[in-house]
Design a protein around this ligand. Sequence first.
Ligand SMILES: Cc1ncc(COP(=O)(O)O)c(C=O)c1O
Length: 388
Amino acid sequence: MTTTREKAGFDTQCIHAGQSPDPVSGAVMAPIVLSSTFAQDGPGGHKGYDYSRAGNPTRTALEACLAALEGAKHGIAFSSGCAATTAVLMTLAAGDHVLVGDDVYGGTFRIFDKVLKHFGVETTFIDMQNPLDVLEAVRPNTRMIWLETPSNPMLKIFDIAAIADVARRRGLKLAVDNTFATPYLQRPLELGADLVVHSTTKYLNGHSDVVGGIVMTSDDELGERLHFLQKTLGACPSPFDCYLVLRGVKTLGVRMRRHIETARAIAEDLTRHPRVARVLYPGLEAHPGHAIAKRQMSGFGGMISFEMRGGLDHATRFLRALRVFACAESLGGVESLAEHPAIMTHASLTAEARQALGIGDGLIRLSVGLEDSEDLLEDLQRGFGASA
Ligand SMILES: Cc1ncc(COP(=O)(O)O)c(C=O)c1O
């Protein structure tokens, strides 16, 4: 890819970064290289690839493309977002302590709470809306800060630059799960984070037909360690999945612009609905993190959570009545999804943790897709009608 501009634009990078026509055939799209092994001229005489767990050309293209989008030197792809998270946490050692944002994906909570604990890594979950609370929670053995912003499912906004400052002052690594925002809206490395994690299952692939993950960093030592963990732990993505994510990410900018536009219309509509007690969307001025989101993001994304009046019965009737939104876990696809965090994505949190965060029986999370906004708005009305 060559442009006369110093740096190609975001959409151009989505389509071309890490890829150039295949030197053998001229194929414009990155070939899916399925071979598990690669011929060598003699022992050790390979052309950059020896075995597909250690490295694969389709995976390299994906890693280079996504690293370019996040402004990272290294991209290290994994077979799921959870595998990417696990690999980052495998850089820690027994006795280390991690500060974790209190509102993270339930599966991420589970890794900290049910797995890392048994390897002697301690965790403190805290609300990071005030960066001073993060500073105060640092212990002598703290090594890492882990956060999601916007968070899942409460859509809290944490100030990445301010928390990166805490991390730098205390010699800690800051890891940001950027799945909800995508590099289209937010680039944590530019704000001072050391590591960015994605579930590529979501917006980056965008079509709900892959489970994948990736870690990005510009720190050479971390990059080398993560490449080592990728080949050693073996949770690497298949070449076909890498190809699908490469294909999906080509339209990331186009999709995000539409996700944002429709999500705003829906969020505003929900604020006016008598059956809605509270709308959580960082694009609304009333959202407590609106000013920070405006500063650190270039748009407010396609995820909305809201609290319905009434109990579980009302929320269940609402979800069962939807015809355009599918009642399903996950997010970031072309199709709209609605889910009940307390029963679905965040069931692995303890009841007390859910209560403390406000994940109650009336909370619904929407992933706003690319359908016509009129159809989505009508569908939500159908849901409210059935819930009454
Ligand atoms: C914010 C976030 N991070 C990580 C994950 C885990 O990703 P995966 O399901 O690809 O393992 C998810 C999954 O829902 C998520 O929402």
